[in-house]
Design a protein around this ligand. Structure first.
Ligand code: ADP
Ligand code: MG
Length: 233
């Protein structure tokens, strides 16, 4: 059945008055936020500002939030963390396929691994992968689920600068090809500006700044436009 207009235009995420406290301390203070379908958004904020708390709430991993949450069905949400969370006792392809089924699951898993540059590594063990390769495998694991919403919590935070830049290109490419809504949590301002079309800053439990990265979009760390956006944050 063809999707109707409502399905095409409804946001992937719609938060209203989202609030979360820990032991009486308010971390998320009534957040209102829409993430349109297919948009690449980055979420910045200093350490402890509540970025991971917000991402977990959107992922449906936190049952103690108040207010209202996400629209994307839970089965269409994938989450990538700073560590790959691959199971060390399963080979790479089996990690990617975990929890999926269907007769072409294995073929889809292989093709997802090829897309992230890991063709030929299907039978490797997770501890044989570099940090960057493990995050590639984590991306393949989320891709294979064909997510409408991809949530990523500092997925490149533990990688060296050169690997990180390769991963930026990969993530942007995957986004262009599959068009999920992406919410990328990062504390790297340049990463946010180069990758995302919209940059949010979480501050004092609220979205303190909501900046659209207009076209032409800075696409590398050498682009002079980058500095202009940096100054607006
Ligand atoms: P960020 O990801 O921006 O660094 P977090 O969302 O991890 O920040 O944390 C925001 C605040 O909420 C921090 O002060 C943290 O200590 C607190 N916090 C997060 N999770 C818990 C928890 N499970 N129990 C108690 N406090 C928590
Ligand atoms: Mg965090």
């Amino acid at each position: 059945m063809a999707p109707n207009t409502e399905q095409l235009t409804r946001p992937a995420v719609r938060l209203r008055s989202l609030t979360r406290s820990f032991a009486g301390r308010t971390v998320l203070d009534g957040i209102d936020l829409d993430l349109p379908a297919g948009q690449f958004t980055a979420l910045l904020g200093h350490s402890g500002s509540g970025k991971s708390t917000l991402l977990r709430a959107i992922a449906g991993l936190d049952h103690d939030v108040t207010g209202s949450g996400r629209l994307t069905a839970p089965g269409r949400v994938s989450v990538v963390f700073q560590d790959s969370r691959l199971l060390p006792w399963r080979r790479v392809l089996d990690n990617v396929l975990l929890g999926t089924d269907g007769k072409d699951a294995a073929a889809k898993g292989r093709s997802a691994l090829a897309e992230v540059g890991l063709a030929g590594r299907e039978r490797a063990w997770p501890n044989e992968l570099s940090g960057g390769e493990a995050q590639r495998a984590a991306l393949a694991r989320s891709l294979v689920r064909e997510p409408e919403l991809l949530l990523a919590d500092e997925p490149f935070g533990a990688l060296d600068a050169l690997t990180r830049i390769k991963m930026h290109n990969l993530l942007r490419e995957l986004w262009e090809r599959h068009r999920p809504s992406v919410l990328l949590v990062t504390h790297d301002v340049d990463e946010a500006i180069v990758l995302a079309d919209r940059v949010l800053v979480l501050d004092q439990g609220r979205i303190g700044l909501d900046l659209t990265i207009d076209r032409p979009h800075p696409r590398s760390y050498r682009d002079p436009l980058l500095g202009e956006y940096r100054e607006r944050l």
